[in-house]
Each structure stands twice: as structure tokens, then as C-alpha cells.
Design a protein around this ligand. Structure first.
Ligand code: UDP
Ligand code: MG
Length: 321
């Protein structure tokens, strides 16, 4: 059992001017809540003085930990590293650029206590640029809702509260932290959202531009595939191979017909077509088997069955089985 109530995980990359004021705001907000907590800053290979700023905070406050990446790996791996180190009963993630408001943490935790696995922040009034941030975000969230689900408005919001069990079962890579809520809701997780305060960036620069759209599109396709195909890949490959098999049989029938009808003329093209179709079918079936193997060995923790809290009324005296 963990002794801490809360771990706050904060990925930071080149946020030298933001970490100190964020720390001050955070400690003020958390002292109001009277919780035992830890702050985990994940320093994602900054090239400015972020690390020095964090070190000076660390020296002052034993509740602060700094994890340091050897280079810039990205926000999602930083969050995953923070998750792996978090020991709190609940875990909150937030951006390190002061755009999220530490004063929202208490409300998120209250909501979590109502019986949710994740409470996602919703930047309903978003203080970001229109063309490069808000329009792509609306489109991305629409696509996630259509293809994956989850039903929340703002998957990209950095501030979210998680039950410890959720954090333990995640294995985030690429930009996957944006899909955690839909993935969890697919496995029956209890997810909800809460409108949070969003503030304009005052110092430092955003780390994302329009180029992330391609990465996002690939991530959505990957995710869709993992979720859809991972339970029975061999079956999906077999479905893919079925028309080829039919086509091969038709080509074989045609070869036979030509051979008989044309008095011994050898139908080279039809025979070759039939053979290619048959071999391609066999290939697909074998691919399917390999895919089954990969899925069985692979690490798809997010799609594992989600165990909700165990409820028991105890065994009544005399109620033998
Ligand atoms: N971040 C990070 N590594 C990266 C990119 C971003 O740790 O490679 C952090 C960044 O320092 C910030 C948070 O992730 O704390 C969100 O990034 P940003 O503010 O640039 O995103 P935006 O708010 O513009 O979507
Ligand atoms: Mg930001």
C-alpha cells in the first residue's frame, strides 16, 4: 500500500521560465487540499536552464522528484516515465507551461472520488491560436470520437486525474497519451470530463506545430488496428485471404476448362494466375498465424480486462457452498 494520496506528473521541455512559478502555484493549491503528495517533474532533454531550475526546487523540497531523459523523447514517454515512478493513490498529469491551472486539481480529485477511473480536463475556453491549435484540435477530437470512441471533447488536454490502477496498466508510446481515455472507455473504464481553466502561454514556446497532424493520423490508424484486430488477427487475415482463394479457384477452373475445350492447349496464364492466388492466400494465412503469435507475446496492457474495485459482502455464517 502506498502512503501518498497524490502524485503529480509534469512533463517539461524547455520551460525554464515556467517551472518555478508553477511549483509555487502547485504547492499553494495542494497545501489547501491537505494531502500527502509528490511532484514528479520529467525533464525531457531540455536545452535551456530547465534542469537547473528544477534542481533548485528539488534542493528545497523533498516532495519534489526530477526524472531526467538523456534527450528529448516527447511528452508521452515523459508521462509514461512519470507514471512508472508515481506512488500516489491517485495520479494527476499536467503541462509544465502554466497553461493548466493547479487550482483545478482539487475539483478533479473530487470528481474521481465519485467513482471514476479517469477525469479528463476539458479546455472549453481555450487560450491558444486558432489555426494551428484550435481547428486541428477540434478535427482530431472528432476523429478520435468517430474511430475510437470515449465520448469526451478534449483528448489533448494535459490535465487529467487517474486512479492508480489505471496508471499501472498503461504502456504509452508515440503520442498515445491522447488516446488513453477512449482506450480505457473501450475496456469499460469509467471516464468523465470536467471543464478546466486554460490560460495563454506566457513564457517559452509551444512544442507542437501543424506537422504533428501526420503523426496523429498514423497513431489513430495504429490504434484502431490494435483495438480491432489484436483480439483475433488470424481471423482478419483469413477474411483478407478469402477473396484471393475464390479468385484462385476460379482461375484453376478456367485453366481446366481451356485445357479440355481447346483439345490439349496448355493455359499458361490461367494456371500461373491460379498458382499465384493460392500462394498469396497461404502467405496471408501464415501472416495471420504470426500476427496471433505477436499479439500473444506482445504488450497490449491497455486492452487487458479492467478490474474494477472488488466488492464483497463477506461470507455469511453458515452459507456454505
Ligand atoms: N513537452 C515535453 N516534451 C515534448 C513536448 C512537450 O515534455 O517533447 C511538455 C511541455 O514542456 C509542456 C507540455 O508537454 O509542459 C505540453 O506542451 P506544449 O505546451 O508545447 O503543448 P500545447 O499546449 O501547445 O499543446
Ligand atoms: Mg501548452
Amino acid at each position: 500500500m502506498t502512503a501518498l494520496d497524490l502524485s503529480v506528473v509534469i512533463p517539461v521541455y524547455n520551460e525554464e521560465a515556467n517551472v518555478e512559478p508553477l511549483y509555487v502555484e502547485l504547492t499553494a493549491a495542494l497545501s489547501d487540499l491537505a494531502l500527502d503528495y509528490e511532484l514528479i517533474f520529467v525533464e525531457d532533454g531540455s536545452t535551456d536552464a530547465t534542469l537547473e531550475e528544477l534542481r533548485s526546487i528539488c534542493d528545497r523540497d523533498p516532495r519534489v522528484q526530477v526524472l531526467r531523459f538523456s534527450r528529448n523523447y516527447g511528452q508521452t514517454p515523459a508521462i509514461q516515465a512519470g507514471f512508472a515512478h508515481a506512488t500516489g493513490r491517485t495520479v494527476v498529469t499536467m503541462d509544465g507551461d502554466l497553461q493548466n491551472d493547479p487550482a483545478d486539481i482539487g475539483r478533479l480529485l473530487d470528481r474521481l472520488d465519485e467513482g471514476y477511473d479517469i477525469v479528463a480536463g476539458w479546455r472549453k475556453i481555450r487560450k491558444d491560436t486558432f489555426v494551428t491549435r484550435r481547428i486541428p484540435s477540434v478535427a482530431a477530437n472528432w476523429l478520435i470520437r468517430r474511430l475510437v470512441g470515449g465520448g469526451i471533447h478534449d483528448n489533448g488536454c494535459g490535465i487529467k486525474a487517474y486512479r492508480r490502477e489505471i496508471v499501472e496498466r498503461t504502456h504509452l508510446y508515440s503520442d498515445m497519451h491522447r488516446f488513453l481515455v477512449p482506450m480505457l472507455s473501450l475496456t469499460g473504464g469509467r471516464v468523465t470530463e470536467l471543464v478546466v481553466n486554460h490560460r495563454p502561454r506566457q513564457a517559452g514556446r509551444t512544442k507542437y506545430g501543424l506537422s504533428r497532424i501526420w503523426k496523429f493520423a498514423l497513431d489513430v490508424v495504429n490504434l484502431k488496428m490494435i483495438l480491432r484486430f489484436s483480439s483475433h488477427p488470424a481471423a482478419w487475415f483469413a477474411i483478407l485471404g478469402a477473396p484471393l482463394a475464390v479468385f484462385g479457384m476460379a482461375a484453376a477452373g478456367a485453366s481446366l476448362y481451356v485445357w479440355v475445350a481447346s483439345d490439349g492447349e496448355y493455359p499458361v496464364v490461367a494456371v500461373a494466375t491460379a498458382l499465384i492466388a493460392f500462394f498469396a492466400t497461404i502467405q496471408l494465412v501464415l501472416f495471420g498465424m504470426i500476427a496471433e503469435l505477436v499479439v500473444r507475446l506482445g504488450d497490449f496492457k491497455e486492452t487487458e480486462p479492467l478490474l474494477l474495485n472488488v466488492e464483497t459482502k463477506g461470507i455469511e455464517a453458515g452459507a456454505g457452498i
